[in-house]
Design a protein around this ligand. Structure first.
Ligand code: PHE
Length: 356
C-alpha cells in the first residue's frame, strides 16, 4: 500500500510507510512472545509514532484528517498482521524445540550402551537353558515347594527316620511343628513325589529349584544351591531309556563331542542307581587336573524309580516303571563356564557378573 507523507501540526512529516517498514523489521527481529507483546504495545500504543499521529488528527483539516486517518488505520492493520505472523513463527519454533527436546535419540543405543544393560544371573540363565533343552526333548517343567515335610523329602523317597542314608543330606530343619518334621528341601527329589501324587500318568517332567544343605561353602559346594530333577514314568521304561536320555541331554546342552557315562552308585529312591558323569569340559576327555586325569566329571545321580517310592504314591508297579535323575544347576554352570570357585555365583561382585 502506498502511504502518503502527511504534514501534521507539530511540523513533522509522518511517513506512515516508513513507520510500517521499521515496525516490520523490529517485529521480525523479536524471538520471544513477551518481547513481541511489549513491542506491539510500543508500536501501536499512545506514545508510538502512530499513536501520536492519531492524537494529532483532531486538530487537522477535514481532508488531511481523513487521508491520514485511513493511512494510520491501514498501518495499524499491517503492523497487527506482522505481529500475528511473528507470533506464529515464534510459537512454531518453540514447538519444534519442544519436540526436539523430547526426542529419544535412538542412534545413541550403540553396542557400548547395550553391553551395559543388565542380564540374567548365570544360574538363572543356566536354569532357563536346561529347561529349554528338556522341553525340546518333550518334558514338562514343574516346580515344587522349598519347604518340605520330612515325609516328602525323605520318607516317601524310601529314606525312613534314622536310616543311615540320611547322612547323605545334612539338613536344615525349621522350628515348625514337631522337632525335625519340617525342613528346607535337601534336593529336588521331593518334587517327584508331588508330581506322582497328582495322579496323572505317564509323566515326563523336569523339576528345577533351590535346595539347601548344611554344607560349608567351598569351591564346589554352596549351602543354598540349585538342582534340576527329571522323572519319567510310563509303560515299559527301562534303564536303556535312562542312559539314552542322559546321553541326549549331554550332547544337547554341552555340545557335540560331549558324552555321558553311568557308574554304579546308591540312592535309596532308585534301584539300580548310578552316578552320571560327562566329558570333562576343560580337557574334553583327554585327562587333566580338574577331572583327576579321568576325562570325566561327575554331574549328578540317577536310577530306576524304586518300587517303595511307587508304593508310597500308589502307582501300580505291575504296569508302570520309570527313571529319575537329578543334578546341580550351579555345578552345571561351573562346568560349562569353567568357574574355578562356585562361591562367585553368590557373591554378586559386579566386576565378575558383568563378564559372564
Ligand atoms: N536327589 C539326589 C541328590 O540330590 C540325586 C538323584 C535324583 C539321584 C534322582 C537319583 C535320582 O543327591
Amino acid at each position: 500500500m502506498e502511504h502518503p507523507a502527511v504534514e501534521i501540526d507539530m511540523g513533522r512529516n509522518v511517513d506512515v510507510g516508513r513507520i510500517v517498514q521499521e515496525a516490520q523489521s523490529a517485529i521480525a527481529a523479536v524471538s520471544d512472545l513477551d518481547a513481541l507483546a511489549r513491542l506491539r504495545n510500543s508500536l501501536l500504543g499512545k506514545g508510538s509514532a502512530l499513536g501520536m499521529a492519531r492524537s494529532s488528527l483532531g486538530k487537522m483539516a477535514e481532508d488531511a484528517r481523513r487521508s491520514l486517518g485511513a493511512a494510520i488505520e491501514g498501518a495499524r492493520k499491517e503492523i497487527e498482521q506482522s505481529v500475528d505472523q511473528q507470533r506464529k513463527v515464534i510459537e512454531e519454533k518453540a514447538r519444534i524445540l519442544r519436540i526436539e527436546a523430547d526426542r529419544l535419540d535412538l542412534t545413541e543405543w550403540t553396542e557400548a550402551v547395550a553391553s551395559q544393560r543388565g542380564h540374567l544371573q548365570l544360574v538363572q540363565r543356566t536354569r532357563d537353558e536346561l529347561e529349554d533343552v528338556f522341553v525340546g526333548m518333550g518334558f514338562d517343567v514343574v516346580e515344587g515347594p522349598e519347604v518340605e515335610t520330612d515325609w516328602y523329602n525323605f520318607e516317601a523317597l524310601n529314606i525312613p527316620p534314622a536310616h543311615p542314608a540320611r547322612g547323605m543330606w545334612d539338613t536344615f530343619y525349621l522350628r515348625l511343628g514337631d522337632p525335625e518334621t519340617v525342613l528346607l528341601r535337601t534336593h529336588t527329589s521331593p518334587t517327584q513325589i508331588h508330581v506322582m501324587e497328582s495322579g496323572e500318568l505317564p509323566i515326563y517332567a523336569v523339576m528345577p529349584g533351590r535346595c539347601y544343605r548344611r554344607d560349608t561353602p567351598d569351591s564346589r559346594h554352596l549351602p543354598a544351591f540349585h538342582q534340576i530333577e527329571g522323572l519319567v514314568v510310563d509303560e515299559g521304561i527301562s534303564f536303556a531309556n535312562l542312559a539314552g536320555t542322559i546321553e541326549d541331554f549331554t550332547g544337547a546342552y554341552f555340545g557335540s563331542g560331549m558324552h555321558s557315562r553311568l557308574r554304579p552308585s546308591y540312592f535309596p529312591f532308585t534301584e539300580p542307581s548310578a552316578e552320571f558323569e560327562v566329558t570333562c569340559a576343560i580337557c574334553r576327555g583327554e585327562g587333566c587336573r580338574t577331572c583327576s586325569h579321568t576325562g570325566w566329571i561327575e554331574l549328578g545321580g540317577c536310577g530306576m524309580v524304586h518300587p517303595a517310592v511307587f508304593e508310597a504314591v500308589g502307582i501300580d508297579t505291575e504296569r508302570w516303571s520309570g527313571f529319575a535323575f537329578g543334578f546341580g544347576i550351579d555345578r552345571c554352570a561351573q562346568m560349562r563356564y569353567q568357574i574355578p570357585d562356585m562361591r562367585v555365583l553368590q557373591e554378586n561382585d559386579y566386576r565378575w557378573m558383568r563378564q559372564i
